[in-house]
Design a protein around this ligand. Structure first.
Ligand code: ZN
Length: 132
């Protein structure tokens, strides 16, 4: 597994895109809405990993619930895997719990699943696999 990206929940992509562009010295290379997740994402390259800014695009988005509860900040860590189905099976055997065990389409041409933070020290973990 490699650290594929870090997801950061933000209130406004307008404001945060400006901030991260200054911070990293480069523009976001991709913006993409994921309707089912209720988010608009903005990606930055950062070495071998990426930063994914997440802005809620509807009221009942998990990201707006997260910001209501905890404020803006680190939302999840995403690990890239070769075979997401195998990793889900492996991690289930190890006793990890998933929010949903069914891989779904995420941003950036990926299949994704989330582990439940109660089984991962309070950190929301995403597994992602490049779609073939
Ligand atoms: Zn992510």
């Amino acid at each position: 597994m490699k650290l594929e990206h870090i997801g950061i929940a933000v209130k406004s992509l307008g404001i945060s895109d400006e901030l991260f562009t200054k911070l990293l010295g480069k523009e976001s290379y991709k913006k993409e809405s994921v309707e089912r997740e209720g988010v608009t994402t903005s990606f930055y390259a950062a070495g071998e990993s990426k930063i994914e800014l997440l802005e809620a695009n509807k009221e009942e988005s998990p990201v707006s619930k997260f910001i209501d509860k905890k404020g803006e900040g680190i939302h999840h860590l995403a690990f890239g895997v070769e075979n997401i189905t195998k990793e889900i099976e492996r991690l289930k055997k190890e006793g990890f719990e998933f929010i949903s065990e069914e891989p779904k389409e995420g941003a950036d041409n990926k299949l994704i699943v989330f582990l439940h933070p109660k089984s991962t020290n309070g950190v929301l973990i995403e597994l992602c696999q490049e779609k073939q």
